[in-house]
Design a protein. Structure first.
Length: 380
C-alpha cells in the first residue's frame, strides 16, 4: 500500500499538475512535459465506494496499486489532482432528477439503484466518489489536451460507460468519459473527440449519450450477444451523426487476433476519416481469458499491443492526446498485470513479460465477422 500512500501524499503536498492550473475558466497554458510523462488520477474516495461481496469493489484498486508498486511504476507517474464535478458538468450528460436520486440514495446510507436488478450498488460515499470520478476524468483530459502530460490513466471508481442519461446500471453511476468529452468541448473548444471502449461489455451508456452527436465518435469492441444486449454492428449513429457510432461485436471465444484486427482494419480507418483532436479510451480488461464475467480470450500481451496501437494512432492523428479510464476486470491478478502493462506502454518502458500467457483454449476464428464489419462500416 506504500505506493498509493506516497501518491496521495504528493497530491496533498501539491501535485505537479494541480486543480488550480486546470480550473474551469483557465486558458491552460501548456507546461512542457518531460519525455513520455504519464499522468495518473487516483483519489481516496474511489476506495470508499465499495461492497465486499460485489465483483466491482475497492480490492480492484488495491491489486493495481500493489502491482504498480512491485514494478516501481508509481515514481515514474505524474499525479493529476482530481476534483468533484460540478452540477453544471453533470447536467451536460445526466438529468437533474437522476443526479438528485443518486445523491438521495447515498444520503440515506446507500442501497441499490434498482433493487430488482441488484447489480448497481451505492454506499454513503458513492455520490461523492462518482462526482470525484467525473471531475478526475475532466482534470486528466484537460491536462493531456493542454500538454501538461503526454498521456494519462485515470484509476476511477465507480466506472461510467453503462450510465444512461437518467439511469444507473452495470456498476456505473455517472458517465465520466462523456462528461470529460463535453468538458473538452466546453472549456477548450475541441470539435471532435473519439471515445474508444475495449471493455468486454458494450458501452451502451456512451452510445446512447452520443448517437445523435457528430462531434463525438463512440467506438466499442465487445462480446455480443451478451449483457447489456446492445451494440449491434448495424447501430452506426443517427441523423448527422450516422457513421460516428462504431460497434465491433464478437461472439464468445474472441481474443487477441480479433481485437487487434478490428482495431487495425476498422477502427483506425474510421478514426483517420473522423480526425479526432483528442482520444479517450474506456480501458476494461474483462475480455481477459481468466475473467469470470465474460467469455473472451484476450491475453495481457494482447491488451499491451492494443494500448500500444492506441498510443501510436493518437500520435499520428492528434498529437498523442490520449487518456485511459479504468473499466472492467474482475479477476484481480490479470487486472493488475494488464493495468500495469498499459502504464508501461504509456510511459514508453520495456514491457514486462505476460506472466499468465495466452488462453489455454484457442480463440475462435472471426474472419467472416471482420469482413462483415468492414462492409457495414465502409472501410477496407
Amino acid at each position: 500500500m506504500q505506493g498509493r500512500r506516497e501518491f496521495i501524499r504528493q497530491l496533498l503536498a501539491l501535485s505537479a499538475v494541480s486543480g488550480a492550473s486546470l480550473s474551469m475558466a483557465s486558458c491552460g497554458k501548456p507546461i512542457k512535459p518531460s519525455p513520455n510523462s504519464t499522468g495518473v488520477v487516483l483519489d481516496p474516495l474511489f476506495y470508499e465506494h465499495t461492497q465486499a461481496d460485489h465483483p466491482e469493489n475497492a480490492q480492484r484498486l488495491v491489486a493495481i496499486d500493489e502491482e504498480l508498486q512491485r514494478r516501481e511504476l508509481w515514481q515514474a507517474l505524474t499525479p493529476v489532482k482530481a476534483r468533484l464535478a460540478t452540477l453544471e458538468e453533470l447536467n451536460w450528460v445526466h438529468t437533474q432528477g437522476y443526479i438528485d436520486e443518486i445523491a438521495s440514495i447515498s444520503e440515506y446510507g446507500g442501497g441499490y439503484f434498482n433493487p430488482y436488478l441488484g447489480d448497481t450498488y451505492l454506499t454513503a460515499a458513492s455520490y461523492e466518489a462518482a462526482k470525484m470520478a467525473a471531475g478526475g476524468a475532466i482534470q486528466l483530459n484537460l491536462a493531456v489536451y493542454d500538454r501538461q502530460v503526454d498521456n494519462g490513466f485515470a484509476l476511477l471508481r465507480p466506472p461510467g460507460h453503462h450510465a444512461l442519461e437518467s439511469k444507473a446500471m452495470g456498476f456505473c453511476l455517472f458517465n465520466s468519459d462523456v462528461i470529460a468529452a463535453r468538458a473538452l468541448q466546453h472549456y477548450r473548444g475541441v470539435e471532435r473527440v473519439a471515445i474508444i471502449d475495449f471493455d468486454v461489455h458494450h458501452g451502451n451508456g456512451t452510445q446512447d449519450l452520443t448517437e445523435n452527436d457528430p462531434s463525438i465518435m463512440a467506438i466499442s469492441i465487445h462480446q455480443h450477444p451478451y449483457w447489456p444486449m446492445t451494440g449491434a454492428a448495424e447501430h452506426v449513429g443517427e441523423g448527422d451523426a450516422k457513421g460516428t457510432n462504431v460497434n465491433c461485436p464478437f461472439g464468445s471465444g474472441a481474443g487477441d487476433m480479433a481485437y487487434l484486427k478490428a482495431f487495425e482494419e476498422i477502427i483506425v480507418p474510421k478514426l483517420q476519416a473522423f480526425k479526432p483532436q483528442h482520444i479517450i479510451a474506456f480501458a476494461g480488461y474483462d475480455a481477459h481469458w481468466m475473467d469470470p464475467l465474460a467469455e473472451h480470450r484476450m491475453s495481457i500481451d494482447g491488451f499491451n499491443q492494443l494500448v500500444a496501437r492506441l498510443k501510436n494512432t493518437a500520435a499520428d492523428l492528434c498529437g498523442g492526446r490520449l487518456s485511459l479510464s479504468l473499466g472492467g476486470g474482475y479477476e484481480l491478478e490479470p487486472l493488475a498485470h494488464s493495468v500495469a502493462g498499459s502504464f508501461e506502454v504509456l510511459l514508453g518502458r520495456e514491457l514486462t513479460t505476460d506472466p499468465l500467457g495466452p488462453s489455454p483454449r484457442a480463440e475462435n476464428d472471426y474472419s467472416e465477422q471482420l469482413a462483415k464489419l468492414k462492409a457495414i462500416h465502409q472501410v477496407g
